[in-house]
Write a protein that binds this ligand. Sequence first.
Ligand SMILES: C=CC1=C(C)c2cc3[nH]c(cc4nc(cc5[nH]c(cc1n2)c(C)c5CCC(=O)O)C(CCC(=O)O)=C4C)c(C)c3C=C
Ligand SMILES: [Fe+2]
Ligand SMILES: [Fe+2]
Length: 388
Amino acid sequence: MGRVGVLLLNLGGPDKLEDVGPFLYNLFSDPEIIRLPFRWLQKPLAWFIASRRTRTSQANYKQIGGGSPLRRITEAQGEALKEKLGNLGQEANIYVGMRYWHPYTEEAIAMLTQDNIERLVILPLYPQFSISTSGSSFRLLEKLWQEDPKLQRLDYTVIPSWYKQPSYLQAMAELIAQELEQFPNPDQVHIFFSAHGVPKSYVEEAGDPYQQEIEDCTALIMQTLNRPNTHTLAYQSRVGPVEWLQPYTEDALKELGAQGVKDLVVVPISFVSEHIETLQEIDIEYREVAEESGIDNFRRVPAPNTHPVFIQALADLVIDALKNPSFKLSQAAQMKKRVKMYPQERWEWGLTTSAEVWNGRIAMLGFIALIIELVTGHGLLHMIGLLQ
Ligand SMILES: C=CC1=C(C)c2cc3[nH]c(cc4nc(cc5[nH]c(cc1n2)c(C)c5CCC(=O)O)C(CCC(=O)O)=C4C)c(C)c3C=C
Ligand SMILES: [Fe+2]
Ligand SMILES: [Fe+2]
C-alpha cells in the first residue's frame, strides 16, 4: 500500500470574534444550508442574514472565551488518531478539512496532493449523516475531484456515517455513566439526548436519513449503557422561521420540569467535539431553561473529544475502510430532491410562519432594490429625494 492519508472533515468555527461575520457568510452561502430557487440570490442573501446574525452570534462566542475551540480540538483528535494508527501498525498522515472556516477543505486537499498521498480515507467527524453536514462536505469534494485530474487518479474511500461503531458507542456510554455517578441516585437521573436540529423538510421532502440515524444512535447508546434510566430525545439550535425536527430541546426541558424531573443529564449526540452549541447553548441557555422549569440538578456529558476509546473508534473506522471495497463520493453525496429552507408557498393571514417568510422576502426585495439604487444612482429613493 502506498502513502496513506486520512482526511477528517468538520464544520469549522470562528477562531476569534472578528471571524464570526465572515464565518456566518460562508455558512449561509452554502446551498446545502439555505437552498434558493435562484443561484444569484445566494450570496446577497447570505450577506444579509450573516450581517443580521453577527452581533448575537458574537455575543455567544464571547461567553465561551471569544472563539470556537473546534480547530484546536479537531487537530488534537488528528494527532491522537495518528499515534493510535501508528501503534496499530498503520502509518498515516492526517489532514483536517473544515467546511466554513480555516483550515478549509481546499487547503487540506492541496496539502495531501503535495504530499503525494496514494490511498485516502475520508472520515467526516459527524457520527450521523445529514445533507447539511457530511453531505455538504462530500458535494464540495465531488466538485474538487471533477476539477482536478490528479485527484481523479487518487485511490480513495468515504465513510458516510458511523454511529453504529462499537467503540464510539462504548465511549458515549462511559462518558454518560461517569456523569450519572456524580448524582446521589444515579438510576433516578433522566438522560436527555440533545441532537442538533435540521429543518423538517430536509427529512420529509429531501429524504435526509439524519432523523432515523439519530433515533437509532440514541437507542444503541442506551443499549450499550445498559442501565434502567428513563430517557428523552429532542432537537436543539433551530435557526430561521420554518419548522425543524421536533420536539425542540427547550420545550422538552419545560415538559420534563413540569412532570417533576429534578435530576437530568444532557447528552449532545450530533457532534464529537465541544463547540458553541455545547458550551454556550446547552451549558448556559438550556441550563437556565431547565432550572426555571424546576430541574434542580442539571449536568452535561462532555463531548468525546480525545477520549481514548473514541480515538480507538476512529482508528478502527480507518483500518476497516482500508480493508473494505471503496465507497465513492458520488454514492455518498447523492441527494434525493432539491430542498428549500423556506418551503411555505401558500399565503396565510396573521402572524404565521408564512407571514414571517413573506415579510422576509419583501424585506429581501427591498434590500436588493436598495443595493441596485446605491450602485446605479437611480431608483425610488432618488426620485422622492431621500438619496441624492
Ligand atoms: C441554518 C441552518 C443550519 C443547519 C441546518 C445546521 C445543521 C447542523 N449544524 C451542526 C453543527 C454545527 N453548527 C455550527 C454552527 C452554526 N450552525 C448554524 C446553522 C445551521 N446548522 C449557524 C448559524 C451556526 C453559527 C453559530 C450560530 O450563530 O449559532 C457549528 C460550529 C460551532 C462552533 O463552535 O463554532 C457546529 C459544530 C450539525 C451537527 C448540524 C446538523 C446535523
Ligand atoms: Fe449548525
Ligand atoms: Fe447551530
